[in-house]
Design a protein around this ligand. Structure first.
Ligand SMILES: [Zn+2]
Length: 722
């Protein structure tokens, strides 16, 4: 009897034919008088779950909602459908409030929305004691929990209010996101009575999740936007200042964008919001102040320009994409600097509240940004969803086709360094020790005496920190403490340290520095060779080496790889005279180095003017493409192709392919060289290596039979460590 009735109401007032997943179950329980706790994602239609029963039940339903702006929208929407509703909050004048009370007593409303702070006031208590309250719906129920992301102390007064009513009404609590801990808190603190609890799937299948770590966030944003022109999207940034500058820059670049943050006038906020909702302007750049109560269904993407403060906020904000069920994208641009901003936000909260929970939540979202697991699975696990598939096939991590790299050795170095430092330091100091930084702190602590000091010299600080974050995400390392957490080893670390467990990462780990740091971005292999040549020339003329070329000049050559007179002239410190005198020797050394190491030259870096910072920043791209080309070779090798086949397919020389595979081997990846090179020449190669004094590969090669390749020689060198 009840079911057709609720269906009819649904059609009559809301215009839908059927209830959505979970709605009718919740409604049935409420109508039977059972308390309810419903956890439903944003956009699943949770308000219908209490609005329909409100129409069926006698008397009034009180809806407790924390958001004043949202309250007005909801009441307006209900009134348009013909449902008698009203709100009571601080925006009402005394006269308005008195009118509402008088009307309520005459039975003019089915729903009364109220801010939680009102529950304590005598005037409100007097009102609800004099009317029949059949149901209390608690919206955003996670606000009652200190573990939730929007704790509102007034929510704790809800049970007190219920006690003061002549008859306890049925209580229905709703939230979009709740971890298991928050869920327990809601039941306990709201004193729900044997509630029917329902969690509709958190998964939003049409959303594609991805975490990116752009070197230049704005550049990445522009590239993305050029692919989604005309589509509607939100770009969230963490500060008003960033919002302002992104919005301005986007408009300058021809992308129509508007903005929203709490620092704008109310007028501008509502105009901008309207422009976005009405599809007059496709892009909204905003702080997290934007989006509450916005029900725009055709948002195709949500980009987080900065990492949000926790997973709850992230899923809520990202979840504003694709409400229409169309495929939509949620991309998070992560950088380690976002952690610092978020820590400042936590610290600057002006009260003395316990901040442990907030730091914990921050660590959990940092983990999301650093895991190489399926991102959807991570989100669903986080919210306590059971039986999730470990591989969704529709997220950045599932779709990334990078081969797994073995980073066991790196993991061992990091973990043993943490242990030797007494598990008392954070990732910055640990990374400094591993890189062999010569700071006063390190010297006074005696860390330069540790066996792990400088064992990861070839990695940039950022790469080491990224590896540490990954090991935290994987549970090998745990963060201990709040504001300046220290790194400690978990039980899982033991297996890795003992060598019984391997660690792999599905990401390109860049050995060269990615930071703009002169000391580390140069190619050290080439630098050493150039120094030898310089020494030879200096000795011949009986002058000190720097008279030939300074270190800075050699380093610039290592960045630019000049192979012609013209490009050599672009090197800082090379004039016409020195070019004439020494140019040829350096150019030929660089050429053979490039050939031996199959380096791909970025033309812009190659010939950029002497002062360019652009040249320096481009260099990191060269490093990346170097690594990518190796990975492309490695992938073909892993599917069983021979060196000749790979060379053929990639349009490169066999020599280059051999070089790639050797680099992979040296990086600790699986390459079976014994089978790639015939063993019969090994002794002969060794002999040749020993007999050729200057150790030049070319000379060694010439001393051997033609079938012996450069790769075979390099492999023998590698294997025998000669
Ligand atoms: Zn996935």
């Amino acid at each position: 009897m009840k079911k057709p009735q609720t269906n009819e109401l649904l059609k009559q007032y809301f215009g839908y034919d059927d209830f959505r997943n979970g709605q009718s179950e919740v409604i049935e329980h409420i109508l039977k008088g059972t308390d309810v706790l419903a956890i439903m994602p944003t956009g699943a239609g949770k308000s219908i779950c209490y609005q329909i029963p409100a129409l069926v039940l006698e008397g009034v339903t009180i809806v407790i909602s924390p958001l004043i702006s949202l309250m007005k929208d909801q009441v307006d929407t209900l009134r348009e459908t013909g449902i008698k509703a009203v709100f009571i909050n601080s925006s009402l004048s005394l006269t308005e409030f008195r009118n509402v009370v008088a009307n309520a007593k005459m039975g003019m409303y089915k729903l009364i929305y109220v801010a939680p702070e009102r529950l304590e006031t005598d005037s409100f208590l007097e009102l609800i004691q004099s009317i029949k309250v059949s149901m209390v719906a608690v919206d955003e129920a996670h606000c009652v929990s200190q573990w939730g992301h929007d704790f509102r102390p007034s929510y704790k007064n809800i049970p007190k209010m219920l006690e003061k009513l002549p008859q306890r009404p049925v209580v229905a609590a709703f939230t979009a996101t709740a971890t298991p801990q928050v869920k327990d808190d809601i039941i306990k603190l709201l004193k729900l009575n044997g509630p029917f609890s329902l969690t509709t799937g958190f998964d939003r299948e049409n959303l594609y999740f991805e975490v990116l770590k752009p070197e230049d966030k704005f550049d990445q944003l522009l590239r993305y936007l050029s692919n989604v022109r005309g589509k509607s999207g939100i770009i969230y940034a963490s500060t008003r200042k960033t919002v302002g500058s992104i919005c301005e820059k986007l408009n300058k670049k021809g992308h129509l964008a508007t903005r929203y943050h709490a620092g704008l006038t109310e007028n501008e906020r509502s105009n901008n919001q309207e422009d976005f909702i009405r599809d007059r302007i496709p892009l909204m750049v905003a702080t997290n102040a934007f989006g509450m109560g916005i029900d725009k269904s055709n948002i195709s993407f949500v980009i987080h320009y900065n990492m949000p403060k926790n997973m709850e906020s992230y899923y809520q904000e990202a979840g504003r994409a694709g409400r229409d069920g169309e495929r939509a994208e949620c991309k998070l641009f992560y950088s380690a600097a976002d952690i610092i901003t978020n820590k400042l936000f936590i610290e600057n909260g002006n009260d003395d509240r316990d901040k442990t929970g907030e730091y914990q939540k921050l660590n959990e979202i940092v983990t999301y940004c650093n895991t190489d697991r399926c991102l959807r699975a991570y989100i669903l696990d986080y919210f306590g969803e059971k039986d999730t598939t470990p591989h969704c096939g529709n997220c950045g991590n599932c779709n990334n086709d990078i081969e797994r790299t073995d980073v066991t050795l790196e993991a061992q170095k990091i973990m043993s360094c943490i242990k030797r430092m007494g598990e008392r330091f954070g990732s910055v100091v640990v990374a400094d020790v591993l890189r062999g930084s010569n700071t006063e702190k390190i010297r006074t602590m005696g860390f330069d005496k540790l066996t792990t000091y400088g064992v990861m010299r070839e990695y940039s600080k950022d790469t080491i920190k990224e590896l540490i974050s990954f090991l935290i995400a994987e549970g090998y390392i745990v963060l201990y403490g709040d504001q300046y957490p220290v790194l400690r080893l978990s039980g899982m670390a033991l297996g890795v340290l003992k060598g019984s467990e391997i660690v792999t990462i599905k990401r390109v780990i860049n050995k060269q520095s990615t930071v703009f740091d002169e000391k580390t971005t140069i190619d050290n292999g080439l630098f050493d060779i150039l120094k030898v040549i310089r020494k030879g020339l200096a000795d011949k003329q009986n002058v000190p080496p720097f008279v030939v070329f300074s270190d800075a000049t050699l380093k610039d050559m290592c960045k630019r790889y000049p192979t012609t007179d013209e490009t050599m002239m672009a090197v800082s410190g090379v004039g016409a005279f020195k070019l004439e005198k020494y140019g040829e020797q350096f150019v030929s050394a660089i050429k053979s180095y490039i050939e031996e190491h199959s380096i791909e030259i970025d033309e812009q870096v190659h010939s950029k003017s002497k002062t360019g910072t652009a040249a320096k920043s481009k260099k990191t791209k060269t490093n990346k493409s170097k690594i990518d080309t190796r990975m492309a070779t490695y992938k073909l090798y892993k599917i069983g192709q021979s060196i000749d086949e790979i060379a053929d397919e990639r349009g490169l020389s066999t020599n280059t392919i051999e070089g790639h595979l050797l680099d992979c081997l040296e990086k600790g990846m699986q390459v079976d060289f014994e089978s790639l090179f015939p063993k019969e020449f090994e002794a002969q190669i060794l002999e040749a290596i020993k007999s050729i004094e200057d150790g030049k590969l070319k000379a060694i090669k010439e001393a051997l039979p033609e079938e012996v390749t450069y790769g075979a020689i390099r492999f023998v060198i590698y294997k025998n460590k000669v």
